[in-house]
Design a protein around this ligand. Sequence first.
Ligand SMILES: [Zn+2]
Length: 401
Amino acid sequence: MLDYKKFKIKINALTPIHIGNGDVYSQLDYVFDKTNKKVFVIDFNRIIANSSPSAINDLTSEIKKNFGNNRWRGDVAEFFRRYKLDWEDFVIKEIPCENVGNNEIHQFVNSTGRCYIPGSSIKGAIRTALIYNLLSKESISKNIQEIIHDDRIKAKYASDSFSKEVFGNNPYYDVLRTLIFSDSSFGNIDDILVKETVLLNLSKTKQKRFIPLFLEIIKSNICYEQTLKLDSQLYKIPILKFNKEISKIDNIIGYSNNFSRSLINKESEEIKSYEILHKSYTKLLNNLRNLNENECIIRIGKGGGFFSKTFSSLLEADKLLKIRKRFNIFSEIICNKHNSKIMRNHYCPDCRRKLKNNKDNDEYHYEYDEVFFPRTRLVTFDNGKPSEPLGWVKLTFEENA
Ligand SMILES: [Zn+2]
């Protein structure tokens, strides 16, 4: 007999969310209407299918001519007009957008054009929160020793040993199998915006230029629904680590809020000099304080960066630094002669050559910024200013009768 506890989960976007599907709209996949502030996504393949062979030839050579550095030079709408192609007949959807320049747009995960929040996104966030709460100090130290001293461990897998400590080696006996999240309901077409985001650099040297990244996002204050089934048979299996802890939804809620509180506090401190962005964090902290018993806040999708995707936030600064040094991650490479930052491939523009990597290396060294790590944060950008972090959602659990 199946024995499930079922919950309805309301997902409320507290800040804009982006969960990418890995695809982009290239500059030829849309026309931006500046006056009406809209992006019209067009079906370029259908345009091609409706053109004569000679027109396609001209078209492809002109496309080649217009692309430089993976960027389209010129006006796409004008280009279609010149070829008497009525792009308006090939519009798939229109998305509100303040500004997109001439940039690629990263797509939100969707099924035949309708956006949704994958269950795996929610589960992944909860998984990280569980590790943050359940991993003991002793096992953290033990794991760090192993990672630092075992040359065979690759950076990509470094965090695996932490998760194995909580969830075990055997996926069959992974306690997370007891949590079954559905994908969310489909959103409405007008939940989505094309939004400018920037990678904020928090290192000590002042940022000269913000590099924009354009994303399809779900606006804040939009609500989605999904279901969670807790498999109450499975979590009775004693071999599952932490089965008792995870069998209670109250614990999952508590663990999630613990983890989010530490993240939000930490990030809020780091971005203090950006006034508007800092206000969004203050709002998030207020949200955390005013939650009901059946509510938690987590972060999903793009924008969380290293700290919420892995769980290095549970490491003390000195231990984290050891791990960074072990893998040379998030470091700067400095030319010894010029004391200047050089490229990842060890090319020094001042020496005009690649610096040598020999045993007793005296040509370059690594430096680790210890104040803000990692140094970059992806945030939305409004009126020339960083304004909101991405991905924070409130989950409300309602037990079904
Ligand atoms: Zn040099």
